[in-house]
Design a protein around this ligand. Structure first.
Ligand code: SF4
Length: 247
């Protein structure tokens, strides 16, 4: 999609007040807002708008089952064709990643609390980033040796967008401590330091139970196997950790 094509497609959006595309987005992206920005060629503003609700907007835009979600009830469908919402999203975020024009959410001042995010994948990366943004010292504890390895399954090696997705991961992990190769409690000598553990899996790894206290928070089960559902679960988990530790 070129800039001119993106602006043209964005100008098809009706800017609905009761926008079904927002209601149907698991990540809660403000679709009419970011599309309005593209319509006026404010591409970095569009990225900023997407990022506020979905920190992994590029990979989600590339892989979103949009026909079942945001596009399913798009009012433009009554006029002949729904708006290409997910393509506009990945266009705006991809452009920002390509150009290095990357505004990020403001980090809240450190609250002195430590949260361990257990597990690989986009869930862990986004959850750790959101906790960092909320002021926690977020530590991603991964069994594998490669941060985000599981998340990479969404983008095969031969896809040109892989490089941009790796940049998106790198951006999110900037500020998060990442430890890899975590297999046993001995691999985490400061286990008792963490105020909470959060995992995207139903079962925490056995070694986490070596940590004292009831501080385990699991993600709600996901509605589907696509990155956008991992982002939605990560947002929910980060909010619940925040409520648990501050409640
Ligand atoms: S439903 Fe379609 S036309 Fe309405 S705001 Fe969303 S994308 Fe635009």
């Amino acid at each position: 999609m070129t800039e001119a094509q993106a602006v043209s497609e964005a100008n098809r959006c009706l800017g609905c007040v009761e926008a079904p595309c927002v209601k149907n987005c698991p990540a809660g992206v403000n679709v009419p807002e970011f599309i309005r920005r593209i319509a006026t060629a404010d591409f970095s503003g569009a990225y900023d708008s997407v990022f506020r609700n979905n920190p992994a907007g590029f990979i989600c835009g590339k892989t979103c089952p949009a026909g079942k979600l945001c596009r399913s009830e798009c009012n433009c469908g009554k006029l002949g064709g729904t708006v290409r919402i997910s393509e506009l999203q990945s266009f705006a975020v991809g452009k920002a990643l390509e150009e290095g024009n990357l505004p990020r959410g403001e980090k809240t001042e450190s609250n002195g609390m430590h949260v361990a995010v257990v597990g690989n994948g986009l869930f862990g990366i986004v959850c750790a980033y959101l906790l960092y943004e909320k002021g926690y010292s977020a530590v991603l504890l991964e069994a594998s040796e490669c941060p985000g390895k599981d998340a990479l399954r969404y983008v095969p090696d031969d896809k040109p967008e892989k490089e941009l997705f790796l940049r998106e991961i790198e951006l999110l992990l900037n500020g998060v401590e990442v430890r890899t190769g975590i297999q046993t409690a001995e691999d985490v000598p400061d286990l008792s330091r963490f105020d909470a553990f959060v995992s995207g899996e139903e079962d925490m790894p056995e070694w986490v139970s070596a940590a004292p206290g009831e501080r385990m928070i699991r993600a709600e089960s996901r509605a589907g196997d696509a990155p956008v559902f991992e982002v939605a679960a990560a947002k929910d988990a980060a909010d619940r950790v925040d409520a648990f530790l501050k409640g």
